[in-house]
Design a protein around this ligand. Structure first.
Ligand SMILES: Cc1ncc(COP(=O)(O)O)c(C=O)c1O
Length: 210
């Protein structure tokens, strides 16, 4: 990495050392040097990343003790910030009480609570899943079985997860599904109706039909 590239990196030296340690270990490591080079050629900043030493509320710290505002608020959906004490206490109590089992009173309490906030109480039965990937697959499976249909329409630029099933439903770009052509089965990709792709002379309703 040259000096110019180094100047643009936000993490301190310990963070950089850890990131370099990951180059031979993780998938992104294979492309790291190439992405850096490409960014440099185009005049962009290279891929920037930090390794977290601590997270609390709206802040995170890198391995060098530098503090950042965490606009992402951690992975997935986390509107209450990092390490919220009520969340930590509830998780600890649940694990202490029920270990790794799932059929305990909290499952029933949560289902009953969800029914009360469900619009029109329209979907009153639950299947709790452990990730977004599983939730997306489970919803699609339920819909196929309920409608007794075999095909599925998804939007071309969407992300639903990293399992084989959700990869097929997703459509970020052509490379995402490379070597999986034979698996695409019943998934039909519809172009996403971005407003900037709106053909001239079509009104909004016609565009949606189109
Ligand atoms: C829209 C959407 N669906 C599914 C997923 C997959 O969720 P998970 O990583 O919990 O499997 C994500 C994750 O970012 C998502 O944004």
């Amino acid at each position: 990495m040259d000096k110019k590239q180094q100047r643009h990196l936000i993490g301190g030296p310990q963070t950089q050392a850890m990131l370099e340690r990951g180059i031979p270990l993780f998938r992104n490591g294979l492309r790291y040097a190439r992405e850096m080079e490409r960014a440099n050629q185009r005049g962009y900043r290279g891929p920037n990343q930090i390794v977290i030493s601590k997270a609390e509320g709206d802040f995170i710290w890198d391995l060098d003790g530098k503090r950042y505002i965490d606009f992402q608020n951690g992975w997935a959906t986390n509107p209450v910030g990092n390490c919220h004490p009520e969340v930590l206490a509830a998780v600890e109590e649940a694990i202490r009480t029920y270990g790794f089992h799932y059929d305990h009173p909290l499952r029933y309490e949560l289902a009953e609570k969800l029914i009360t906030i469900m619009p029109n109480q329209a979907l009153p039965r639950f299947s709790f899943e452990v990730s977004g990937t599983e939730a997306a697959e489970s919803a699609v499976h339920a819909a196929l079985c309920y409608t007794q249909r075999r095909y599925l329409i998804t939007f071309s630029s969407s992300f639903h997860g990293q399992s084989l099933g959700t990869k097929l439903m997703s459509g970020l770009d052509g490379d995402y599904n490379r070597y999986m052509e034979a698996w695409t089965g019943g998934v039909i990709k519809a172009p996403y109706p971005y407003s900037d792709h709106h053909p001239a002379g079509m009104d909004q309703d016609q565009y949606v039909d189109f």
